[in-house]
Design a protein around this ligand. Structure first.
Ligand SMILES: *[C@@H]1O[C@H](CO)[C@@H](O)[C@H](O)[C@H]1NC(C)=O
Ligand SMILES: *[C@@H]1O[C@H](CO)[C@@H](O)[C@H](O)[C@H]1NC(C)=O
Ligand SMILES: *[C@@H]1O[C@H](CO)[C@@H](O)[C@H](O)[C@H]1NC(C)=O
Ligand SMILES: *[C@@H]1O[C@H](CO)[C@@H](O)[C@H](O)[C@H]1NC(C)=O
Ligand SMILES: *[C@@H]1O[C@H](CO)[C@@H](O)[C@H](O)[C@H]1NC(C)=O
Ligand SMILES: *[C@@H]1O[C@H](CO)[C@@H](O)[C@H](O)[C@H]1NC(C)=O
Ligand SMILES: *[C@@H]1O[C@H](CO)[C@@H](O)[C@H](O)[C@H]1NC(C)=O
Ligand SMILES: *[C@@H]1O[C@H](CO)[C@@H](O)[C@H](O)[C@H]1NC(C)=O
Length: 510
């Protein structure tokens, strides 16, 4: 029974807040997340040899509810580095223009590069303060400072210390957008001169990846004039309720033998389901050991998605040994021999996949406790329509995910939640985004690509004020500088992003 509860939880992680869900991070990968990178050092030096500790936590008094400031504030965590920061040197003409009574903006210093890693505990993302990431490279190039701010309801940045329907009221995209704006406009950064770098004096650059890449676009669209420039990596700008496109790049780029065998099992399951063969379904579930206890076939189908979610964790530098490849090895390597392109076939696939779940994967999924919570999700990763190859079951449709939502928050959703995707796209532009100085970086092997401006068939216009670049990489690969060292297509994207930042920031105030 306890186990059953856990499965139900993880199948709805993209939907709503989860408190105390006993799920390890591997399954949070179904949410659009920025990759973590190793933190290269804890201490470095800023201007005048002052020590900068990038692990020091700072707190900002953030409004609980931007539409009702009288509700007060909560402590929002952030991290910052002024390693590369330089105050501006005002040109002589500035003093002269002051003498003549003209008001002219003297550049206070380099830009501030802000990012939230999105729906995750932000501690551990300090590499986004350093030049291991695009953020730090922009700062280094432009003598700017970097900031990482934690998203509301994650880590220790919680408007309320409980997760109730009341907290969900202020757990919205709009509040998250307003958090970024209010932070930029009000924060006094804790280093010399950091109290006078508000966006009215200093250019702020908003960087984001994945969901936070979407937030970058959504913020620049809905709150123009605050962030001077933006860099959105794998930004899932378009909310798509029935997001079966998630599995297309995975199916296309995963080892062929593995996709053939996964397709065989899924098609077998869907066939049993279609003919209402309960005996057959039960036997299949039992081949997966622990999953035999699941009462609902859709919960079983959802559990099988878990293995595919691990794809989004891949980066060019991953190599073997990653969970996704471990899964394919478990299916495809028999007695030390790898299957050919068409795999080993249904019988072996069921046995091997089942055994892998029962003996290995289950302990990853249900090993540790995790108290996290989620933004309302606008992307349900479902089975594809009939006629397309399926590596996840077609049993999984939006209505399944909506039902879970009702089960979990009965007081808030007495009937299935109507996905808010259309409203989000209307309000924040979605694929129709058209703003100045926003750089989009996407990647071919990214399962989230179909929700970005590089979606197949979209043919979004690529301009010099809103450039779009695409590498051969994975999810958010361009954010990590090391990926550019080993993949030239990623390097091209990074160099273009930095060149645009240089050009745009040089034009600031002119
Ligand atoms: C940097 O700050 C972290 C977090 O406060 C602390 O644990 C660490 O000891 C500090 N590092 C150094 C070198 O002082
Ligand atoms: C402009 O005025 C400031 C303050 O009065 C002074 O410190 C600075 O040297 C002057 N700059 C130039 C280029 O004259
Ligand atoms: C990154 O910054 C470090 C100082 O923290 C510097 O030594 C190094 O040269 C920089 N790397 C690049 C690629 O500029
Ligand atoms: C949740 O927290 C808020 C603010 O701390 C409080 O007003 C509310 O009563 C709490 N709700 C529950 C169910 O504990
Ligand atoms: C149900 O599926 C099993 C396994 O494929 C098969 O052996 C059995 O004949 C099927 N039963 C019916 C009634 O089709
Ligand atoms: C699943 O694992 C349990 C405990 O290790 C074992 O007893 C059981 O036979 C396994 N089931 C299958 C189908 O492999
Ligand atoms: C078959 O599977 C193995 C193990 O996962 C993999 O290394 C190999 O690349 C795959 N071969 C083909 C042709 O798909
Ligand atoms: C967008 O235009 C630039 C400049 O022409 C080009 O280098 C880049 O490859 C284009 N992006 C895409 C996705 O085609």
């Amino acid at each position: 029974m306890a186990y059953y509860g856990r499965i139900r939880l993880f199948t709805m992680l993209s939907l709503l807040g989860i408190a105390n869900a006993a799920i390890q991070n591997t399954l949070f990968q179904r949410r659009p997340l920025v990759p973590q990178a190793p933190i290269p050092y804890q201490e470095t030096y800023g201007p005048n040899g002052v020590t900068v500790n990038i692990s020091t936590v700072y707190y900002f008094d953030q409004l609980i509810d931007h539409s009702n400031p009288s509700l007060g504030t909560f402590q929002q965590r952030y991290w910052t580095s002024n390693e590369f920061y330089q105050t501006g040197v005002c040109p002589e003409s500035f003093n002269m223009s002051l003498d003549s009574g003209l008001t002219k903006l003297c550049p206070v210093g380099g830009p501030v590069i802000l990012m939230t890693p999105g729906e995750v505990n932000a501690d551990g993302y300090q590499s986004y303060l350093t030049n291991e990431t695009v953020n730090g490279m922009i700062a280094q190039q432009q003598n700017g400072a970097t900031v990482v701010v934690e998203h509301r309801f994650f880590g220790f940045s919680n408007p309320y210390d409980n997760l109730t329907s009341q907290s969900l009221e202020v757990h919205t995209v709009e509040q998250a957008v307003q958090d970024l704006v209010y932070f930029a406009q009000n924060v006094d950064l804790p280093w010399q001169g950091g109290d006078s770098v508000k966006p009215d004096k200093t250019p702020w650059v908003l960087v984001g990846g994945s969901y936070s890449g979407a937030l970058t676009s959504w913020t620049m669209v809905s709150q123009p004039g605050v962030f001077y420039a933006g860099y959105a990596s794998s930004g899932v700008v378009e909310a798509i309720t029935d997001y079966y496109g998630y599995y297309t790049p995975i199916r296309e780029y995963m080892p062929q033998n593995c996709s053939a065998d996964v397709e065989a099992v899924i098609s077998f399951l869907d066939g049993l389901y279609g003919s209402n063969n309960q005996t057959g379904i039960q036997a299949l579930k039992e081949a997966f050991g622990v999953l035999g206890a699941l009462a609902h076939t859709d919960d079983f189908a959802a559990a099988l998605q878990g293995n595919l979610f691990n794809w989004v964790d891949l980066q060019p530098y991953s190599g073997g040994g990653q969970l996704f490849f471990e899964f394919c090895d478990a299916l495809e390597v028999k007695d030390g021999i790898s299957a050919g392109t068409s795999g080993w076939g249904l019988d072996h696939a069921i046995e091997a996949w089942g055994n892998y779940w029962n003996t290995t994967y289950y302990s990853y999924v249900c090993g540790t406790a995790d108290a996290e919570c989620n933004e309302v999700g606008y992307y349900y990763q479902n089975g594809p329509p009939e006629g397309q190859p399926a590596i996840v079951s077609r049993i999984l449709q939006p209505v399944y995910q909506e039902r879970l939502c009702v089960n979990y928050f009965p007081d808030k959703f007495s009937t299935p939640l109507t996905p808010a995707a259309n409203a989000i796209n209307a309000k924040y532009g979605g694929w129709n985004v058209n703003v100045d100085r926003l750089f989009f970086a996407n990647a071919l092997r990214d399962p989230w690509r179909e929700a970005t401006v590089s979606a197949d068939g979209l043919n979004k216009e690529n301009t010099t004020t809103q450039p779009i670049y695409e590498s051969d990489g994975f999810h958010c690969s361009d954010l990590l500088i090391y990926n550019g060292v080993i993949d030239a297509t990623i390097l091209t994207v990074q160099e273009a992003g930095l060149a645009y930042m240089k050009e745009w920031l040089e034009a600031y105030g002119s």
